[in-house]
Design a protein around this ligand. Structure first.
Ligand SMILES: *Cc1c(COP(=O)(O)O)cnc(C)c1O
Length: 399
């Protein structure tokens, strides 16, 4: 048998990633094991994806059962599983209608195209301006990466889609200065994830809602990272009490089985008639069966309530470590989406701590060069959490 190693990655993979030195082979709950049998505590959930941990029994059961019934039939046919998931999402959110896709970028691509088409249908071609925020992240298709606020991701691919502007996050005056009759959409992450776990201010999101209403602009919430219980609410908009016109969801929706969704209202959904937008895999019965079970579990009030308690504990433990090591100038976030920003002395060094954590048997993430990101499974047990913090201490409390 061929032994694949990290070196194989360098030989056969396109080098657009630089994965860790170890190769995970098995996961259960918040524990992961690598090829050598070394155990890791997982504080990453595959970037806020495996929110119920690795291989949760109830989800495995659904996946197995559905895998013997029907995997895929294309969107020329619908499926009971697709309709069941859509019904639940509609029941539990502001939305009247749902479209399924396979990833966060695709969900945002659909949202942006819907906003543009809605503007054309209802106001005319001149209404095409999209307002987005600096440092935001919305995916890697050419449209979504151009809307995202980091030039280093979007430059160097030739001409970008036009009429997209980027202004500072949490700055309502900057919005007021540019929003007008020719604006079709504002897109925002309620908590900016990739750029450092930066929560939107309450009055900022409220102000965005008012500005959008005044100028007939659609408000899009990118909840790809903040959705599905990550903040202790099914969606973060529920915490803020600010309702968007379009919401995108993905990451944790399938607990690791790829699926994304775009949610909107009856009125806006009218602009997507047959043929206007589509996908081959989106809404397949296998993905939808899994996601329905995920929604069932995570949307229960008891489950969501527990996230707040786990969050408090997690934050407190981080603060305690920081009192000893003094590495962080700020610890912030909501629910179990937590960022710890390094002090000046360690600027640009976040990924070095990630490496060291792995040596100590702990998986953590960065969010930009200066922030350590923690996104443990929402159902992480006390035992797993304690074990993880022992290893985090070993990582942060040296010299
Ligand atoms: C991860 C992420 C995306 C992109 O999702 P993919 O599934 O990688 O395409 C978009 N928006 C936000 C806020 C994200 O965190």
């Amino acid at each position: 048998m061929i032994q694949y190693t990290r070196e194989t990655f360098n030989q056969v993979m396109i080098q657009n990633y630089a994965p860790a030195d170890f190769i995970p082979v098995k996961g259960k709950g918040s524990r992961v094991w690598d090829q050598k049998g070394k155990e890791y505590i997982d504080f990453t959930s595959g970037i806020a994806v495996n929110s119920l941990g690795h291989c949760p029994d109830e989800i495995v059961e659904v996946l197995k059962t559905q895998s013997e019934k029907l995997w895929h039939s294309s969107n020329w046919f619908t499926s009971e599983q697709t309709l069941a998931l859509a019904t639940k999402l509609v029941e539990k959110t502001f939305a009247d209608r749902v479209m399924f896709v396979n990833s966060g970028a695709e969900a945002n691509e659909a949202a942006l195209k819907l906003a543009r088409r809605y503007a054309v249908d209802n106001f005319g071609y001149q209404k095409s301006k999209i307002i987005a925020f600096k440092q935001s992240f919305h995916g890697r298709t050419l449209f979504t990466v151009s809307v995202g606020g980091q030039a280093k991701y979007s430059d160097g691919f030739g001409p970008k889609p036009a009429d997209i502007i980027h202004i500072p996050f949490n700055d309502l005056n900057a919005v007021k200065a540019v929003i007008d009759e020719n604006t079709c959409a504002v897109i925002v992450e309620p908590i900016q994830g990739e750029s450092g776990i930066l929560p939107a201010h309450q009055d900022f999101l409220q102000g965005l809602r008012e500005q959008c209403d005044q100028h007939n602009v659609l408000l899009i919430f990118d909840e790809v990272q903040t959705g599905i219980g990550r903040t202790g609410y099914l969606y973060a908009y529920m915490k803020y009490g600010v309702v968007p016109d379009i919401l995108t969801s993905a990451k944790a929706l399938g607990n690791g089985f790829p699926i994304g969704a775009m949610l909107t209202t009856n009125h806006i959904a009218k602009s997507f008639v047959p043929g206007v937008h589509g996908t081959t895999f989106g809404g397949n019965p296998l993905a939808c069966a899994v996601a329905e079970k995920v929604i069932d579990i995570i949307s229960s009030p008891q489950f969501l309530q527990k996230i707040h308690r786990t969050s408090e504990k997690f934050m407190q433990k981080l603060q305690e470590i920081n009192q000893q090591c003094g590495l962080f100038k700020e610890i912030r976030g909501e629910g179990l989406l937590i960022g710890a920003e390094l002090i000046e002395k360690y600027q640009g060094k976040a990924s070095e701590f990630v490496k060291k954590a792995a040596d100590n048997g702990l998986m953590i993430l960065v969010a930009g060069p200066n922030v350590l990101r923690f996104a443990p499974a929402l159902n992480i047990s006390d035992d797993e959490l304690e074990a993880g913090f022992v290893r985090l201490e070993q990582t942060l409390l040296v010299d």
